[in-house]
Design a protein around this ligand. Sequence first.
Ligand code: DAH
Length: 357
Amino acid sequence: MDDLRDKYIERIAAAGDEAELEDLRVQAVGKKGEISLKMRELGKMTPEERQVAGPALNALKDEINSALSAKKAALADAALDARLRAEWLDVTLPGRTRAAGSIHPVSQVTEEVTAIFADMGFSVAEGPRIDTDWYNFDALNIPSHHPARAEMDTFYMLRAEGDDRPPHVLRTHTSPVQIRHMEAHGAPCRIICPGGVYRADYDQTHTPMFHQVEGLALDRDISMANLKWVLEEFFAAFFEVDGIKTRFRASHFPFTEPSAEVDIQCSWVDGQLKLGEGDDWLEVLGSGMVHPKVLQAGGVDPEQWQGFAFGMGIDRIAMLKYGIPDLRAFFDSDLRWLRHYGFAALDVPTLRGGLSR
Ligand code: DAH
């Protein structure tokens, strides 16, 4: 019986998998297993022999059974361990590849502006960058003799001689989108129109292509007070300072009456610009109540509707917010500059998630 015991305990310990273990179980304690056969022999024994061999066989059977189930559990543990080791995943590892590109500050700021105005019920409208001089000028109450046309340093598209289609220009501002939107959708409306604009000008604060965002809100009773509130909400959200003060200076634009240039409160300390404090002012946009002639040009009845409009430089507010000193660098495609001032591709600005971070 000792031989039997040693043989099975040894084999069970050496078993490599569950199938092998099952074979051993059948051989030892299965119906026709060695130990079962021995138990059948008990009947042929004398009562004295049986009294010794019976309990011993039962004890052996129990020992083998518990060795079998202990080994079975050990094999299952080992299998789980192996699986855990093989399928191990470190969720704290950073991604292996770093996205090579980054989001340009102009794109980032456009997204920020869009998120803020969307929260106030403004949707985004777009128009063509090459437009007729009617949309760019005449419809905005800038007739051909008007000095504003000369001031804008307009790029005109070349026309072949004898080509009598209306002249096309690279739009000098986003204001023509006001007209196109009114024509297509009428009043009431609340839109912003971000996009590229063009003027023949080049120095530290001017590039031949830059970006503006236009705003237009029309309804029956919209006033300058609504304009002031909307802009102050915008500046507070955009520059992330509470209660930023604005100053409305009387101005003149052909497409608004009255017109105002808007400044925001700032301070200069040791050449460092701080927004929302101090007693200096920084001009950030032009605005006013939409001129009746402009409403008319867009097919909107000025007897029924009125509203405000504004135009703001996107590159300029990007420079202010992110401390970028030279506008020209925006368009140099210098990788070192882009890496320094760019934004992570998945850092999409939202009002809740934080605009800049
Ligand atoms: N279009 C003007 C420019 O480019 C900016 C502007 C001023 C737009 C006043 C407006 C406005 O809508 O009301 O200089």
